[in-house]
Ligand binder design. Structure first.
Ligand SMILES: Cc1ncc(COP(=O)(O)O)c(C=O)c1O
Length: 425
């Protein structure tokens, strides 16, 4: 009965959206209609594994009376990650930003480091925090990752390294970037915050560059509430990173290096291990959602769904639209506002780009001139809800809403113009 009702309500909604003509745009919530969703739909709802397993582990942690400082669960988590990724070393951390900062220091980066501007601000801040200048390099317009063809022009005598970011869990062009780093004797770090569980040419992400850095923040594919890790196949670097994340302690009363507090707690590690047990379910849910979005958007002109090609494997944690308003006649920001009014909290990501945020926009006011693709993509991208808590019905309603916006782009965007709104009032 429940299914029958749900199916029929969905059918009515599809019918309603399909038969709405431009004169009915008042039925959109932004113009005073009833929102399509009662509860808010968020991007980045956490993937949570088996609750009973997690609670049993937390109880065990309390019984052991060992809450942090390289405890039983952190060691198990690191071991399981090494096995999953086929990498020699994993050093778990309190979050991805501190892991990046430690990776940067452990690889002796100084002066200037080449990074994309189309990334979360932490990638740039982790450098600037240590008075290293992030030099922003443009991205590939299709893959949204560092464009290897643009890197060499950014190298100066002060350049010591490159940080590539595997945006959306899709690997950078690792081969080309590695070749450039080797040719110019630069250190290479990959910010793999989005890419746990993804692979590149049949090898798991986590094995490339000098080190790779993961974030296990609550919104990430695998989460430890807050957390991160550095992985590497370099024994010497791994030993240094282990010292650095624990104040430089090499044993009781023996500090041999400058360090910080980058330790992961036992509760976080327990969450990570529990998530790892369900990782295939998370991928399956994400992939199913992605395929549904792909089917439902395939004929919509002016909208491009970011394509995960079938060459590598991915975690499909992000569903990304690129909206070309020269075709849709309605802008990304207008569609976003309409979705928000309908309780679909779609998000702009990495907008307006690190180079347009402080302190970088004051340091390099003209950086945008060298970043045309970054600026274009930053103005087009809209990230949609997915993950284990988004249903097929939710996705169907979202795609129908966006379809309605695009099919009636001109009328809706005109009605959204401030002068029309004030006239209506
Ligand atoms: C690309 C990227 N780098 C770095 C970070 C920082 O990770 P955290 O939030 O765990 O500090 C994030 C996520 O928040 C990210 O998306």
């Amino acid at each position: 009965m429940q299914d029958y009702l749900t199916n029929n309500c969905t059918y009515l909604l599809i019918l309603m959206i399909n038969i709405l003509d431009p004169n009915d745009i008042d039925e959109l919530a932004i113009f005073g209609g009833k929102p399509c969703f009662v509860d808010k739909l968020h991007v980045g709802r956490p993937n949570i594994g088996d609750r009973a397993h997690l609670l049993a582990r937390i109880n065990d942690i309390l019984d052991r009376k060992w809450l942090s400082n390289n405890g039983f669960y952190v060691q198990e988590f690191e071991q399981r990650i090494c096995e999953k990724l086929g990498v020699k070393h994993c050093i778990a951390m309190c979050n991805g930003t501190v892991a990046l900062e430690i990776a940067i220091r452990a690889t002796n980066l100084t002066g200037e480091v080449i990074v994309p501007s189309f990334t979360f601000i932490a990638t740039a801040h982790a450098l600037q925090w240590q008075e290293i200048t992030p030099v922003f390099c443009d991205i590939d317009p299709i893959k949204h990752t560092l464009n290897p063809e643009r890197i060499e022009a950014m190298i100066t005598p002060r350049t010591t390294g490159i940080i590539g970011v595997h945006i959306w869990g899709q690997p950078c062009n690792i081969e080309a970037i590695t070749a450039i780093a080797q040719q110019h004797n630069l250190k290479l770090i990959f910010d793999a915050s989005h890419a746990f569980g993804s692979s590149y040419k049949s090898q798991m992400i986590g094995n490339f560059g000098d080190v790779e850095v993961f974030s296990f923040h609550a919104t990430k594919f695998l989460n430890t509430f807050e957390g991160g890790a550095i992985t590497t196949n370099n024994d010497e670097l791994a030993a240094k990173i282990r010292l650095m994340k624990n104040f430089g302690f090499a044993g009781y009363d023996n500090v041999v290096y400058i360090g910080t507090n980058g330790k992961m707690s036992e509760v976080s590690a327990a969450m990570g291990i529990t998530g790892l047990e369900s990782i295939n379910d998370f991928i399956e849910a994400n992939q199913q959602n992605y395929k549904q979005y792909q089917r439902e958007f395939q004929d919509l002109v002016g909208i491009r769904l970011f394509n995960y090609d079938e060459i590598d494997s991915y975690n499909y944690q992000y569903v990304i639209l690129e909206i070309d308003d020269t075709i849709t006649n309605i802008s990304r920001d207008q569609i976003m506002k309409i979705l928000h009014a309908e309780n679909v909290l779609a998000r702009r990501y990495f907008y307006p780009g690190c180079h347009r945020m402080e302190p970088y926009r004051s340091f390099f006011p003209h950086a945008g001139l060298l970043l045309p693709e970054t600026e274009k993509i930053g103005n087009r991208v809209l990230v949609l809800p997915t993950g284990t808590s988004t249903s097929g019905d939710d996705i169907h309603k979202i795609t129908q809403l966006i379809r309605y916006c695009v099919n009636n782009g001109l009328e809706i965007s005109q009605k959204l113009q401030p002068k029309n709104i004030s006239r209506a009032i």
